[in-house]
Design a protein around this ligand. Structure first.
Ligand code: B1M
Length: 213
């Protein structure tokens, strides 16, 4: 890993938003790709922040400050990821499930899907099954993508699938799920169509499922 990526990680962990912005810009100017900055700088830093929180070394306020610092970098790479977009391949609604306020991963999924050529409707965070249902009725998407970061909110994903089934809409959409505690096994157990471990995989799995359809 380059020194610059290590410095980006450190600045995110220390919650230094202006420094993250400056280093991200310097990285881009020096020819680092947006993907490298994301996958080797910004994202691993948040993993370390989580570990520090778990060990009691960080409080919630520090996690929030780090998240804000991460956004300082993310906002710079976002237009570059989306610029790779071509014509619309399909439509996806994306949201973080009820009870869950984590939005960094969900926002990355939105960005990468947009960059991958999809029209994206970002529902936001803390989205109830009824709100997912209404969005499916309103937008008739190809995909419903759900994010959960808490073990306690993963079950909300099952509830969304159930509500869509109860309303005769389950088979009209392809359902993808993800988030740190989510696994392929969990996806299988709730009858989701796919699981993606990161935002890039969400796009590649969406692409292959559309081809199979
Ligand atoms: Co929270 N938090 N947090 N937090 N937080 C975690 C998730 C935790 C693992 C930290 C820890 O203890 N190690 C832990 C959960 C434990 C558990 O349930 N097993 C935790 C906790 C406990 C909490 C609170 C309950 C703390 C409290 O209040 N006591 C609280 C809950 C609030 C709520 O949601 N109701 C809370 C609050 C917060 C902050 C607000 C302070 C902040 C969120 C800020 C924000 O999102 N705007 C925060 C943060 C920053 C984290 C950590 C440190 C980082 C999360 C993150 O953004 N990661 C996190 C630790 C960790 O995850 N290791 C932690 C970076 C992001 C890029 O990764 O979201 O996994 P991720 O997304 C990935 C993939 O998972 C995938 O793509 C992305 C990458 O490309 N992906 C998908 C995600 N969604 C997808 C959907 C798809 C496909 C792929 O659909 C197809």
């Amino acid at each position: 890993m380059s020194n610059l990526l290590a410095e980006i990680q450190e600045a995110v962990i220390n919650g230094q938003a202006p420094k993250v912005k400056e280093l991200t810009q310097a990285g881009l100017d020096a020819g680092q790709t947006p993907q490298e900055i994301l996958n080797e700088g910004l994202i691993p830093a948040m993993k370390i922040v989580g570990e520090k929180f778990q060990k009691g070394e960080f409080y919630i306020s520090e996690m929030m400050i780090s998240a804000r610092a991460m956004y300082a970098g993310l906002n710079l790479v976002k237009p570059l990821l989306i610029a790779q977009k071509t014509e619309s391949k399909g439509k996806a609604i994306v949201g973080t499930v009820q009870g869950d306020l984590h939005d960094i991963g969900k926002n990355l999924v939105c960005m990468m899907m947009e960059g991958g050529g999809y029209e994206v409707i970002d529902l936001g965070v803390n989205i109830t099954s009824e709100q997912f249902l209404e969005a499916v009725k309103e937008h008739s998407p190809d995909f419903v993508m759900m994010s959960a970061l808490l073990t306690t909110t993963m079950e909300s994903m099952a509830k969304v699938i159930q509500v869509l089934a109860d309303n005769g809409l389950r088979d009209k959409v392809l359902i993808g799920i993800g988030g740190a505690p989510v696994t392929q096994r969990f996806a299988d157990s709730i009858g989701a169509d796919f699981y993606a471990s990161d935002a890039g995989e969400a796009v590649s799995k969406a692409n292959s499922l559309l081809l199979e359809r």
